[in-house]
Design a protein around this ligand. Structure first.
Ligand code: APR
Length: 313
């Protein structure tokens, strides 16, 4: 069987780490794509990565490109094209700059990769993935956004460190939009099935929830640009779930048709991801407080989607 083809649209910080992980995990052949002005940069990064992969013994190739023809018939597209945050900016502040970029990517993806499973990472995430799917008309189950796996990873890590347990044993999920209104679900958070409240007192849990909500901003404040190792690792888990038909239960921005009170937009919810893409959205029973938080988060996503829709043709 031929190797799968994974095209990474955006060869910047996240794109480079995505390529590194796709190669070391032997997911397939990689195309690292960027705008023509950055084609040589993409080519140089690809060469560096391919040379690094001699040490991990990967068989997959990686090429750098500024030509969409090279992405033709990709099995997976992971999109990081766009401008990242600078200190003091919210993800929503990026909408004006990143909407024209996601539209350019959508038009080319439609032309060259009509059968791909698409994972959008560009921010503001929920509005960007909405616009990508609207513009391409791709089946909604083949287009999703990466945010929940990352937000949940941050939440799980903070919980594990505070509880003094292995992060492997923490089960936690963050739903809602990828912004300050995200919804870390305490009622479903356990250490291998044991309620988290047995390990961490309420005031500490509240601090961890607040730190999770600002988890991306904390890194932007320290580095001057947004995170890339954890976002790439999260998206690669989603790509592997699709390519290997793993049927993983992961939080992802999925197209909703009434679930969680959301109709026709994307929002972070628990999904089953396998060979059919987003095969299922799982509807959880939420506490009244969690329901309120989901409503607030949905309203925040809606306000950015409204901005996107105003400029739609
Ligand atoms: N097509 C392809 N690539 C593009 C396009 C386009 N139309 N426009 C911009 N790019 C490329 C840029 O040239 C740059 O190389 O996207 C790349 C983005 O890389 P970085 O600036 O390093 O940003 P990164 O940290 O990877 O984040 C990318 O993901 O998490 C989000 O908020 C983040 O929106 C940002 C995106």
């Amino acid at each position: 069987m031929a190797r799968k083809k994974i095209s990474l649209i955006g060869a910047g910080n996240i794109g480079g780490e995505l390529a590194n992980l796709a190669l070391t995990k032997q997911l397939g052949d990689v195309v690292l794509f960027d705008i023509p002005a950055k084609e040589n940069f993409a080519k140089g990064k690809a060469l560096d990565l391919e040379q690094a992969s001699t040490q991990s013994g990967s068989d997959g190739s990686v090429i750098g490109s500024g030509n969409w023809e090279d992405c033709k018939d990709s099995d997976v597209l992971i999109i990081t094209a766009g401008i990242p945050r600078k200190p003091g900016q919210s993800r929503d502040d990026l909408v004006g700059m990143n909407v024209p970029i996601i539209r350019d990517v959508a038009d080319n993806a439609k032309k060259h990769c009509p059968n791909a499973f698409v994972i959008v990472i560009s921010n503001p995430l929920d509005a960007m993935v909405y616009e990508f799917q609207r513009r391409t008309g791709f089946p909604a189950n083949k287009v999703c956004g990466m945010a929940g796996v990352l937000d949940s990873a941050r939440f799980s890590l903070f919980l594990a460190r505070e509880a003094g347990v292995s992060v492997k044993d923490v089960r936690a999920m963050v739903l809602g939009g990828h912004g300050d209104t995200m919804v870390p679900l305490l009622s479903y958070t356990t250490v291998n099935g044991i309620e988290i409240s047995k390990f961490i007192a309420k005031d500490k849990l509240d601090e961890i929830v607040a730190r999770t909500r600002k988890g991306g901003g904390e890194i932007v404040g320290l580095m001057g640009t947004s995170a890339y190792y954890a976002p790439a690792a999260a998206a690669i888990s989603m790509a592997a779930a699709y390519l290997n038909d793993e049927k993983r239960v992961l939080p992802a921005a999925a197209h909703l048709t009434g679930q969680y009170g959301c109709n026709g937009m994307y929002l972070g919810v628990p999904c089953v991801i396998g060979a059919g893409g987003v095969e299922k959205v799982i509807e959880l029973e939420l506490s009244p407080a969690e329901q309120d938080m989901m409503k607030t988060s949905l309203a925040a996503v809606q306000s950015v989607v409204d901005v996107v829709n105003k400029s739609a043709d």
